[in-house]
Design a protein around this ligand. Structure first.
Ligand code: SAM
Length: 285
């Protein structure tokens, strides 16, 4: 079944009485070039089990299933299940979990479904939970070789920004702390049904196995990052004192110790400085 043929897609959707949910970020890929590329870049190959987040009608799922040994896909929308039964009928290596990815035990899926296989994540992510999903995968240290996901272009820019640059944010620090990130290619808005108002891009994250900080330090580091970047126009001292209850004088001192001025903003610190800053702030707790 050709799931990038607009006529075929419209026919399936209307036979099942399906209407798109904007709230669930349902923009399905109809450009035939995209899914094979995501699958190729995303480790969908022999010896791999792939987790997909958000199947839609299964256009990417099918490309993954053609290449990988197993595909375990998480889809929240129950209305898509009868459609997937039809569109993925030719594959016996696909398992669908009708769950919310934010509540799903992905570690268990890897343990139980991918015995003897390496694991990877591939997805065209629902835009409303891009950052939370990526942070969940990284923070939970999901044992995967790669995370290859399509996100809105603006999110891709933030994810791929340099830590310490104006474009960086909490998510930039998050991905760079846990691994390396690279933009692979752009995808125009016309590649989707329905077409969204913005273009997208595919990025690939390779997690690094070894944590830079111990568990407690890491927890504190992420509190600092999330608070520090949440009010972008403010200085680090203003954000951290209001959100973490550390006095301004203590923040100033921590900044001084690492050689920075009192009015430094979070986005001006590189990764090394952020880690040193967090360690100094932790002494003040
Ligand atoms: N992979 C398909 C494609 O590329 O055509 C669909 C991608 S669409 C951008 C996002 C999909 O994620 C939708 O099918 C939506 O129902 C699903 N979704 C949204 N929120 C979800 C959640 N919290 N957990 C699991 N799936 C979710």
């Amino acid at each position: 079944m050709n799931l990038t043929n607009i006529g075929t897609v419209k026919d399936i959707l209307s036979r099942h009485g399906f209407s798109f949910s904007k709230g669930l970020g349902q923009n399905f890929i109809i450009n035939p070039d995209i899914c094979p590329r995501i699958a190729e870049y995303g480790n969908a190959s022999q010896g791999f089990g792939v987790i997909e987040i958000g199947t839609g009608i299964g256009v990417l799922t099918a490309e993954l299933a053609k290449r990988a040994d197993k595909v375990s896909a998480v889809e929240i929308d129950t209305r898509l299940l009868p459609i997937l039964n039809e569109t993925l009928a030719d594959f016996d290596n696909v398992k669908i979990y009708n769950e919310d990815v934010m509540k799903c035990d992905l570690h268990r899926i890897i343990r139980e479904d991918f015995i003897g296989l390496k694991a990877a994540v591939c997805a065209n992510l629902p835009y409303y939970i891009t950052s939370p999903v990526i942070m969940l995968l990284l923070e939970s240290r999901l044992p995967v070789e790669s995370i290859t996901v399509m996100v809105q272009k603006e999110a891709a820019q933030r994810l791929c920004a340099k830590v310490g640059s104006r474009e960086s944010g909490a998510i930039t620090v998050g991905v760079n702390y846990y691994g390396t990130v690279k933009k692979l290619f752009d995808v125009s808005r016309g590649s989707f049904m329905p077409s969204p108002n913005v273009d997208s891009a595919v990025i690939r994250i390779e997690p690094n196995g070894t944590p830079l900080l111990d568990e407690e330090e890491e927890k504190f580091f992420f509190r600092v990052i999330k608070s520090g970047f949440s009010q972008r126009r403010k200085t680090a001292a203003n954000s951290l004192s209001s959100l973490m209850g550390i006095s301004k004088d203590d923040v100033y001192e921590a900044l001084r110790i690492i050689g920075l001025s009192e009015n430094t903003r979070m986005e001006q610190l590189d990764m090394e400085q952020l880690i040193a800053f967090s360690k100094e702030l932790r002494k003040k707790q």
